[in-house]
Design a binder for this molecule. Structure first.
Ligand code: G6P
Ligand code: MG
Length: 214
C-alpha cells in the first residue's frame, strides 16, 4: 500500500546538515557568541530566516530587519562555498541503493525540503533524475512542522497521505509528517525523533523489506 516516499534533503539524502551548522556557528562567532551542536537541533528543518531568529534568540541579540537580511545572506554565502565543494561521496550511505530499490518496486520518489538551495544541491550531486517530484523552500509558504511541504509532495505524486512515507532527520520534520497523517522514518537519534514510527541511524539499516513492513 506504500506508493510513494518523500525525502527531506539535508541530513537525510546528503550530509549538508553539518555545513548548515558550520555556517550558523561562524555567524554566531562573528556576532560574539557560541553556538553548540545541541542548539543546532532547533534549526534542523527550519527555514533560513526562522533559523536566524532562533540563532539570535540563543545569542540574546536583537538586530534590525536590514541587518537580518544581511546576516542571512552572509550565512548562505558561506554555506554555498561548502556546497560547491561537495563530492558524490557526501550522498549518505545506502541512499542510492534504497532509491534503486524503490524504482524497481515502482514506488515514487519525492523531495520535501525547506531549503531554497535544494535543486542546486541535487544538480551538483547529479541525483535530480531520481526524483519524480520536487517540493522545496521555493514552493511552500508554511514551514515544518506545518505539513504543507509533504502534503504538496503527495498531491504532486497523485497519492494520498496514507500511501506515503516520509524520511526525516529533524524534529520539526517528523512532526510535519505526523501532522500530515503520514508514516515517518526518523534518520538519527531515538531521543530526538521519538515521534517517528521507527528511527534508524541511516539507510544502511533500512531497505525495501523494512519499508513494506511499516
Ligand atoms: C533545511 C535544513 C535547515 C535549513 C533550511 C533552509 O530544512 O534542515 O537547516 O535552514 O533547509 O535551507 P536554505 O538552503 O534555504 O538556507
Ligand atoms: Mg533535514
Amino acid at each position: 500500500d506504500i506508493k510513494g516516499c518523500i525525502f527531506d534533503l539535508d541530513g537525510v539524502v546528503v550530509d549538508t546538515a553539518k555545513y548548515h551548522y558550520l555556517a550558523w556557528k561562524k555567524l554566531g562567532a562573528e556576532l560574539g557568541f557560541d553556538f553548540t551542536e545541541q542548539d543546532n537541533e532547533r534549526l534542523k528543518g527550519v527555514s533560513r530566516m526562522r533559523s536566524l531568529d532562533i540563532l539570535l534568540e540563543i545569542g540574546g541579540l536583537t538586530i534590525s530587519q536590514e541587518e537580518k537580511e544581511a546576516a542571512a545572506t552572509k550565512k548562505n554565502e558561506w554555506y554555498l562555498e561548502f556546497i560547491h565543494q561537495m563530492q558524490p561521496d557526501e550522498i549518505l550511505p545506502g541512499v542510492l541503493d534504497f532509491f534503486n530499490q524503490l524504482k524497481e518496486n515502482n514506488i515514487k520518489i519525492a523531495l520535501g525540503s525547506a531549503s531554497k538551495n535544494a535543486v542546486l544541491i541535487l544538480d551538483i550531486l547529479k541525483i535530480k533524475d531520481y526524483f519524480d517530484v520536487i517540493v522545496d523552500g521555493n514552493s511552500v509558504s508554511k514551514a515544518k512542522p506545518d505539513p504543507e511541504v509533504f502534503t504538496q509532495g503527495a498531491e504532486k505524486m497523485g497519492l494520498t497521505a496514507a500511501e506515503c512515507v516520509v524520511f526525516e532527520d529533524a524534529e520539526a520534520g517528523v512532526e510535519a509528517a505526523k501532522n500530515g497523517g503520514m508514516r515517518c522514518v526518523g534518520i538519527g537519534e531515538q531521543e530526538v525523533l521519538s515521534q517517528a514510527d521507527v528511527v534508524v541511524s541511516g539507510f544502511t539499516e533500512f531497505n525495501i523489506e523494512n519499508l513494506k513492513a511499516l
